[in-house]
Design a binder for this molecule. Structure first.
Ligand code: MLT
Length: 200
């Protein structure tokens, strides 16, 4: 189906699992996280858009000035676009509000969506995420669950930054679980195990 984002949609084959909104990292595309989605939530519907910003040909979900230095006006505009896409896709495919599962740049836009458009998401799994906005507006995230998995050797995300993000979401009322793994920016089997354990 043609919607505002190029995307893949995999319909549910099992009942009772929330759909996943899969958000890839810089240079990824809509195919990247489908295997992860199938592993962590077998049978769940999967909605996987491709970021519409290009950085030297690499798809992303928002612009940045440098690594870790974000164009926050663009973060806000793109989070609104992506929330609009989720609403479109919910109507087109008849799915509930999804649980976002984002990696790196995808985790950062998922965090921005939680803060700016909480109604768009049921919750979020944020893999190697950073604070996306220095001064987010007040949000009510009560009833939403968030899992943040960081890497103690991540050269891109400082430990203090991931902790700040966890605090920000917690203060907004989300039930946040933040764990730091002995890994770098890349994902590992431990991530998959922890996501699987965290899910209801
Ligand atoms: C970002 O730009 O969102 C972060 O630096 C993560 C990345 O994409 O490398």
């Amino acid at each position: 189906m043609t919607l505002s984002f190029t995307h893949r949609f995999v319909p549910a084959t099992a009942l009772g699992r929330p759909p996943l909104l899969l958000l890839h990292g810089t240079g990824g595309d809509e195919n990247d996280l489908l295997p992860l989605g199938q592993t962590i939530a077998p049978g769940a519907a999967l909605l996987s858009p491709r970021g519409r910003v290009l950085e030297n040909g690499m798809p992303r979900f928002f612009r940045r000035f440098a690594e870790g230095v974000f164009d926050e006006a663009d973060v806000r505009a793109r989070a609104a676009e992506l929330a609009g896409f989720v609403a479109e896709a919910r109507g087109a495919y008849g799915i509930e509000a999804p649980l976002a599962v984002g990696f790196s740049n995808g985790a950062n836009i998922a965090a921005a969506m939680m803060l700016l458009h909480p109604e768009a998401l049921a919750g979020a799994v944020l893999l190697r995420a950073m604070v996306p906005l220095s001064e987010p507006p007040p949000a009510d995230l009560s009833g939403k669950r968030v899992l943040i998995l960081s890497g103690s050797m991540d050269p891109i995300v400082p430990a203090e930054n991931a902790e700040r993000l966890a605090g920000m979401l917690e203060r907004a009322g989300a039930a946040v679980q933040h764990q730091v793994l002995p890994s770098g920016h890349g994902l590992s089997q431990a991530d998959i195990r922890l996501i699987t354990q965290w899910q209801p």
